[in-house]
Ligand binder design. Structure first.
Ligand SMILES: Cc1cc2nc3c(=O)[nH]c(=O)nc-3n(C[C@H](O)[C@H](O)[C@H](O)COP(=O)(O)OP(=O)(O)OC[C@H]3O[C@@H](n4cnc5c(N)ncnc54)[C@H](O)[C@@H]3O)c2cc1C
Length: 306
């Protein structure tokens, strides 16, 4: 019996053996055993409550922070579609669906004269990914403007969570890993469209200058290390000091422009990228005595060869 036969009827779409590589920024990885595109929140909740609890369920945004391994992902991969991408504003509040792109949220907030969400202009993911990763850049972080999150748990129960319940730390939420976030509410402060647009433009210009944003990449490969251990150096500085800039494995390369970004030069496998990352971790440990922790999420199975 295939997995599809064990899944409940849905109003959205269920498909078998869907290649995930085109859905990821790194453009690598094997298929999802089943890909589920829910029609709306009720469809998602019904699916989760009716799917046998032992079936693994993994949600993805636009995978700008995820490496899918070459053997693909067992179980169900959920991808939220257009009905989860609405963004509305009222007074100083922004309500955004989890599939909305961060850049769209920044733009809608700006148009409504709401400041405090400008940093989202610099992050190429979705709100769902930002909620899980506490995404941030240039001094702004998701947790600082977030007030409420709507989530569906693995049993299909809808929950409304406060920012405290999201248990945030650096690029991490301590909220239960089975939660699928569907919506978020942010609060900003009053400012003029001009001033906000100016700050957003500065953020995007800074990113263009310092990051390989037109490459197939996953953003920062590693979190910034413990400042005591690294002597206050960030991840790219210890990688540079360890000779990691430009290091290649097969089609995978540490970017010359920003050496904490790994890139798929066109022919990389997920294995190339992961082996490169692990070899960087070893080099940094051996030569700089610093432990690097992956920021990129790695999901799925190795192939027999990998
Ligand atoms: C060029 C480039 C620059 C980047 N710059 C930055 C930066 O400056 N700052 C920064 O913080 N990040 C940066 N990133 C990383 C990435 O964009 C962020 O981590 C982003 O928040 C990930 O969003 P996503 O939709 O791509 O998430 P994905 O990569 O799809 O998923 C990431 C994690 O979030 C979970 N997730 C996704 N959606 C949901 C949901 N609806 N409910 C529950 N969990 C969910 C996934 O299961 C996974 O664990 C960059 C990436 C790239 C490629």
């Amino acid at each position: 019996m295939s997995l599809l036969d064990r899944l409940p009827p849905v109003r959205g779409k269920l498909s078998e053996q869907v290649s995930l590589a085109p859905y990821t920024w790194l453009r690598v990885g094997g298929p999802a055993e089943v890909l589920f595109l829910p029609k709306d929140e009720a469809d998602l909740a019904h699916f989760l409550s009716s799917t046998p609890q032992e079936v693994p369920v993994q949600v993805l945004g636009v995978a700008s922070n995820t490496l899918v391994r070459d053997g693909g992902v067992k179980g169900v991969v959920v991808r939220l579609g257009p009905s989860f991408a609405k963004v509305t504003t009222q007074d100083l509040t922004v309500r955004a669906g989890a599939a909305a792109l961060d850049s769209k949220v920044a733009k809608e907030a700006a148009l409504a004269g709401i400041s405090g969400l400008e940093f989202f202009a610099g992050i190429p993911g979705t709100i769902g990914g930002a909620l899980r990763m506490n995404a941030g850049c240039y001094g702004g972080e998701t947790k600082e403007c977030l007030t409420e999150v709507v989530a569906i748990d693995r049993t299909g129960r809808r929950q409304i969570m406060s920012v405290e319940e999201m248990a945030y730390s650096y690029r991490k939420s301590g909220a239960a890993s089975d939660l699928i976030f569907t919506e978020a509410v942010f609060k900003g402060i009053d400012d003029s469209l001009d001033a906000i647009t100016h700050r957003m433009a500065a953020i995007t210009a800074r990113r263009e200058d310092s990051q390989p944003i037109r490459e197939k990449t996953g953003g920062s490969t590693f979190k910034n290390p413990d400042p005591v251990q690294s002597g206050g150096r960030s991840a790219w500085q210890v990688i540079d000091a360890a000779g990691g800039r430009g290091l290649t494995v097969g089609g995978a390369k540490m970017s010359e422009k920003h050496c904490n970004f790994m890139i798929n030069t066109g022919t990389a496998s997920a294995k190339d990228l992961e082996v490169l990352g692990e070899s960087i971790r070893r080099k940094v440990k051996d030569t700089q005595a610093v432990d690097l922790e992956w920021e990129i999420k790695r999901i799925g199975e190795f192939t027999r060869e990998s």
